[in-house]
Design a protein around this ligand. Structure first.
Ligand code: GDP
Length: 435
């Protein structure tokens, strides 16, 4: 998909434009690190074409001396991450040295750059804006971020020139697995370990989606795509990667995947960042496998230890606990193929479709035997059930009085489905509807 970054000196109006672009949509990220709170990343669309917007301004340091270095870091990250770049300038202050330096960096990037001159509210300012031709450009856009004028022309141009509007997933139909986890948990080590196991059978396709590398595996008896975020391999290149970008990448990888392997550090336990990743995967109805890594560092490996660890995780993750938890070492490669196996199993569970006849045959007697509790002397009768044709399992139970079916009974229905049909690792939705 396309990513539009807004770059420029502090106070030129980046955030105002960003907020305008997001107005009609909610920020999609509710993951970690204040990304939502500050809303520096979100989805927008123009004439039905969706794109992601990044406001690079959120990380500005407003003291003059650190400023130069900080800006060039922001600009470099934007160049790495974005497919199109809006370079914002300000007619009041004219063309500054900093602007020229930013422009030098952008010019070298080969990305489409949209020079946008802000705070142009009058004919006098339109004329003043011609000063920016000094940059040696043949086109610029003017806008008034206060009134919003000019935004449409800018977006028309950007969207029309999107490099990946016709993007087609080259791995359509193959299982997609992503390894998510906080920094240093061992994601790269696992990825590389899996690569090492069968190096020659692996196909790397870089840049198939903008910010991740897909690796196609067709060994271990399986064919699947490991979606690994570019951040993992690019580590050496951008050392001080902002957490913001790594969160953004993991959000996008999770959205693109079928199964998320959530990697936890055995020496640290389950922490809030792990919970955020879990929440994101669950909300997107992705399959989940939890992998506790660095198990080689744990001295007491008795069943008690693993059980305690499991219980600790299950207590924190709430209702949905039917999830495989594995204890591995990416470093010594212990049980790493088991992790792949589990992920594939969860993939199958997620794709599972239960025949309507079978579903009714199994579930109706269960409901008959344990009906929802009567409310105000009325009895709920469940008559018929179907699984919806959705990517992840969702079930509809038709009954006479759906309003009387409360949360605990929905949970009961879900657990019965899990018990009889096996949906380990997969979030399930159940709905009660009037026939
Ligand atoms: P990433 O940021 O999640 O990609 O983490 P890395 O794969 O870069 O690993 C961070 C550090 O943890 C490195 O020093 C690894 O060698 C180390 N590490 C990764 N997996 C294991 C493991 O299973 N056992 C031990 N002892 N160290 C590990």
């Amino acid at each position: 998909s396309n990513i539009v970054a807004i770059v420029g000196r502090p106070n030129v109006g980046k955030s105002t434009l960003f907020n305008r672009l997001l107005e009609r949509r909610e920020a999609i990220v509710d993951a970690t690190s204040g990304v939502t709170r500050d809303r520096h990343y979100g989805k927008s669309d123009w004439n039905g074409v969706e794109f992601t917007v990044i406001d690079t301004g959120g990380y500005e340091v407003n003291t003059e001396d650190v400023f130069q270095e900080e800006i060039s870091k922001q600009v470099q990250l934007a160049i790495d991450e974005a497919t199109s770049i809006i370079f914002m300038l300000n007619v009041d202050e004219g063309l500054t040295d900093t602007d020229q330096e930013i422009f030098e960096m952008l010019r070298r990037s080969n990305k489409p750059i949209y020079i946008t001159i802000n705070k142009v509210d009058s004919a006098k300012e339109e004329l003043a804006a011609t000063e920016f031709y000094q940059l040696g450009i043949d086109r610029y856009f003017t806008m008034s971020s206060a009134s919003g004028s000019g935004t449409g022309e800018l977006l028309d141009a950007i969207v029309k020139e999107f490099p990946t509007t016709d993007y087609k997933d080259p791995f359509e139909g193959l299982p997609k697995i992503t390894i998510a986890g906080r920094p240093n948990v061992g994601k790269s080590t696992l990825t590389n370990a899996l690569l090492d196991v069968e190096r020659n059978i692996v196909t790397d396709i870089a840049g198939t989606t903008r910010d991740s590398i897909q690796t196609l595996y067709n060994k271990f008896g399986y064919e699947f795509v490991l979606v690994d975020t570019a951040g993992m391999r690019r580590k050496a290149k951008v050392k001080e990667d902002l957490e913001f970008y790594s969160v953004m990448r993991s959000v996008r990888s999770i959205e693109y995947s079928d199964v998320v392997i959530i990697m936890v550090d055995a020496t640290l336990g389950w922490e809030s960042q792990d919970m955020n990743i879990f929440g994101l995967a669950q909300k997107n109805r992705k399959g989940i496998v939890i992998v506790v890594n660095k198990w080689d560092l744990v001295e007491d490996k008795s069943t008690n230890t693993t059980r305690d660890f499991e219980n600790q995780i299950k207590e924190r993750i709430g209702q949905f606990t039917d999830i495989p938890i594995l204890f591995v070492s990416a470093l010594t490669k212990q049980r790493i193929l088991k992790a792949v196996e589990m992920a594939m199993e969860v993939y199958e569970n997620r794709a599972k479709k239960i025949k309507t006849s079978k579903l009714n045959e199994v579930m109706l007697p269960v409901f008959e035997h344990t009906p929802p509790p009567a409310t105000k002397g009325k009895f709920v009768k469940i008559k018929y059930c179907v699984q919806l044709p959705t990517p992840s399992p969702q079930f509809v139970f038709f009954c006479n009085l759906p309003q009387y079916v409360k949360e605990p009974y929905k949970r009961f229905a879900e657990n019965q489905l899990r018990k009889h049909f096996g949906f380990t690792g997969v979030p399930i939705e159940v709905y009660f509807r009037q026939k």
